[in-house]
Design a protein around this ligand. Sequence first.
Ligand code: RM4
Ligand code: MN
Length: 386
Amino acid sequence: MTDRVKAALRAHRIETPSWAYGNSGTRFKVFAQDGVPRTPYEKISDAATVHRFTGVAPSVALHIPWDRVDDYADLASFAAERGIALGTINSNVFQDDDYRLGSVTNADPAVRRKATDHLLECVDIMDATGSADLKLWFADGTNYPGQDDIRARQDRLAEALSTTYARLGEHQRMLLEYKFFEPAFYTTDVPDWGTAYVHCVATGPRAHVVIDTGHHAPGTNIEFIVTVLLRAGRLGGFDLNSRFYADDDLMAGAADPFQLFRIMYEIVRGGALAPEAGIAFMLDQSHNIEPKIEAVIRSVMNVQEATAKALLVDAGALAAAQAAGDVLAAHAVFMDAFSTDVRPLLGELRQDMGLDPDPFAAYRRSGYHEKVCAERVGGAAAGWGA
Ligand code: RM4
Ligand code: MN
């Protein structure tokens, strides 16, 4: 049992987002922190540091244009020298004045062309970085009934997706992310998993849905969506974070560790944990008041804890209780796993991997933070739009 759980945890991969290392905030204030990276190269050094202490975060997602560089192959070798790879390329068609009324769904063909060209540029970048996944999130939508033609916007979206998909290589995938509201407040063009699924199916077999855990109405049963998409072969991955209210982008597993456990259980149940299953476990967080690298380490550990508990569910006992219709015995099997303290097991696993059993404390002791605070003086700290 323990060996099986440890082997699965050792193989699990969590991708960290470059933007998690830069300054971010709310619309009220961005609190600057010391030692924050100023360039994509420095973000990669931070991501490599997270991997050095956790051992399970060997790739970093980029956001274009925030991480634009002259030579992506050079960025990829810089990452490789530090033991990590460049992962998912996230497109950004939401921070330009031209996109006020939408990007790929804009009524103006010139704006649509500009947005689609950006998506195609992202595929060029993937070719240079060796990235396998293109992640699409659109801020597109409307604020007022009648503002634009909902159906025409769906047609425009479908066209942009097909054009972009046609540019992908055989080994590359398109991941479509949904979000129920914000920044649009009346309609959002990809508001839910159903809409994303419909577009993915129409687009092609390598188009998959991404679940950002913060992008649902309160009370939504996310693990149910996980199961439906997995069963349909269309779950591409996650943007993991947590929330108390809306898209809070807090550390994964912080607000509701039980929900993260339930999600990871459906992943384990669906045979989708191993990297070969093709589910990308990415973090998508915004650290407004907490130290960034520590927050990413904490999130990685939280995801590992939820995963370890999910792996500990006694499948045989659960199936027997379910078959017998024993509601509370089945529930007890589930809760026993959730209630297990998996920290000793994870500590042992890290020692087996040649790591410190407590990545958080080891990072604090390492002096990395003090070092980058001393080095990263002058210049502009990275942040949204930088
Ligand atoms: C969006 C969405 C995307 C992320 C940006 C930063 O709300 O979650 O995945 O790339 O934020
Ligand atoms: Mn996201």
